[in-house]
Design a protein around this ligand. Structure first.
Ligand SMILES: O=C(O)CCC(=O)C(=O)O
Ligand SMILES: [Fe+2]
Length: 414
């Protein structure tokens, strides 16, 4: 089913702007998804994993080569130049000249969306944000300050732990879940200036609790609460994005319910300070294959950049109290191309490490991945994209041809 060659090609071809991280995870996920009887206890997940190993499925996905932690590299060696394996002069230098300030990036107020007198004006802003950028800052989102603070502190606290402690949550062979780096499939592959811990949160039986850190002691509780807050928030975000698109009643309810029941995966990123930030990349350009991604900055260090419609890299400023909403490709398909799943990337800096939390949401299997029927009926426009089940969507993602630079979403076009 899996093909190593395919993975490495996909990864090293920087001209492809796809979700570098999310797709193999989703493959691993789809295998987990068909497992019956998994439960969320440590024993349950271990048993499930053993079953997978016995059936040989994990071996097929065993394409992640362990690589050194960038944080440890910086901590121990204090390099004054970027080591060759991280040098990305090919992609960074040219692009950096086109970086722009954040002027013009949309900011949406959830409070205004919820309040009938201000709703229609804010829905117009939301429509324009999704159409022009596919990314916006969300303020007044209603997530408790305490929940946000706890999560940020615990994520930062986790990365500050000694390496051997973090290794207790290390990725296991055949899976990207856990502490490590984005997948690496060849020894000469260029690496990103990033360490991460990736954990599945919903549905609850998808959790690999043995990988959930027990240190800091409140980490698990913080993640559990945070993912629950984010899940509630994404349902509201989906509702208003649907309304901005002109969706109503039955289909809107279905869309909201589907996101409420769907997959939620959290990737916590650590980007150490870099001696030559112009020559390395924190996270390569990609568009998320999720439905919606909610991104939280743990400090006020900028690093996220989004590609504008006219191909400029624009820095997304860390605004205290805000959450970045980033549309994934499922939403671009759903909107029949009206809304964008923008390419984005993370750059690094010389002064200070940066920590971010990306939470990916996928609609549940009750909803097909395809253009909205209501939208098609209302506009009278033909569908641009095919309609697929969620598992077919993922199959298309990893089965697509990699011998040309066609973006993944274009392979779904009719
Ligand atoms: O760190 C960031 O700001 C970007 C994270 C991201 O795009 C991802 O994890 O998919
Ligand atoms: Fe992303």
């Amino acid at each position: 089913m899996m093909n190593q060659h395919m993975c490495s090609l996909q990864y090293i071809d920087q001209s492809l702007t796809i979700l570098i991280f999310g797709w193999p995870i989703s493959i691993a996920w789809s295998i987990q998804e068909v497992r019956k009887g998994g439960n969320q206890t440590v024993e349950g997940t271990q048993k499930r994993r053993k079953m997978e190993e016995e059936e040989g499925e994990v071996a097929n996905l065993n394409w992640t080569l362990p690589v050194p932690s960038v944080q440890e590299l910086v901590r121990q060696q204090r390099p004054d130049a970027v080591p060759p394996r991280y040098l990305r002069d090919d992609m960074v230098m040219g692009d950096r000249r086109h970086q722009e300030s954040s002027l013009g990036l949309p900011c949406i107020d959830l409070g205004k969306l919820m309040d009938p007198p201000s709703r229609s004006a804010e829905l117009r802003n939301l429509h324009s944000a999704c159409h022009q950028w596919g990314l916006f800052l969300l303020v007044n989102h209603g997530v408790s300050d305490e929940g946000m603070r706890m999560m940020k502190e615990n994520v930062q606290g986790f990365f500050e732990l000694p390496y051997c402690e973090k290794q207790k949550s290390a990725q296991r062979p055949g899976s990207l879940e856990g502490y490590g780096q984005a997948f690496v499939t060849s020894h000469d592959q260029k690496l990103e200036w990033n360490d991460m811990i990736f954990l599945r949160c919903f549905p609850p039986d998808a959790r690999s609790l043995e990988l959930w850190p027990q240190n800091p002691p409140e980490f698990r509780m913080a993640l559990e609460k945070y993912s629950e807050y984010m899940r509630k928030l994404v349902v509201a975000v989906v509702k208003y994005i649907g309304m901005a698109l002109g969706i109503h009643q039955g289909e809107l309810d279905l869309q909201m319910r589907s996101f409420g029941e769907g997959k939620c995966e959290v990737r916590m990123n650590y980007y150490p300070a870099c001696p030559e930030p112009e020559r390395a990349i924190g996270l390569s350009p990609h568009a998320d294959i999720s439905g919606i991604t909610l991104l939280t900055e743990c400090g006020n260090i900028p690093g996220l950049q989004v590609l504008s419609k006219d191909n400029r890299w624009v820095t997304v400023p860390p605004v205290p109290g805000s959450i970045v909403v980033n549309l994934g490709q499922i939403m671009e398909v759903y909107s029949n191309g009206t809304y964008r799943a923008p390419d984005h990337r993370a750059v690094v800096n010389e002064e200070k490490e940066r920590v971010s939390i990306a939470t990916f949401f996928y609609p549940g299997s009750s909803l097909l991945v395809g253009p909205s029927p209501q939208l098609l009926a209302a506009t009278g426009l033909p569908p641009i994209y095919r309609t697929l089940s969620d598992s077919e969507y993922m199959q298309c993602f990893f089965n697509r041809k990699l011998d040309n630079a066609v973006p993944f979403i274009d392979t779904l076009k009719l």
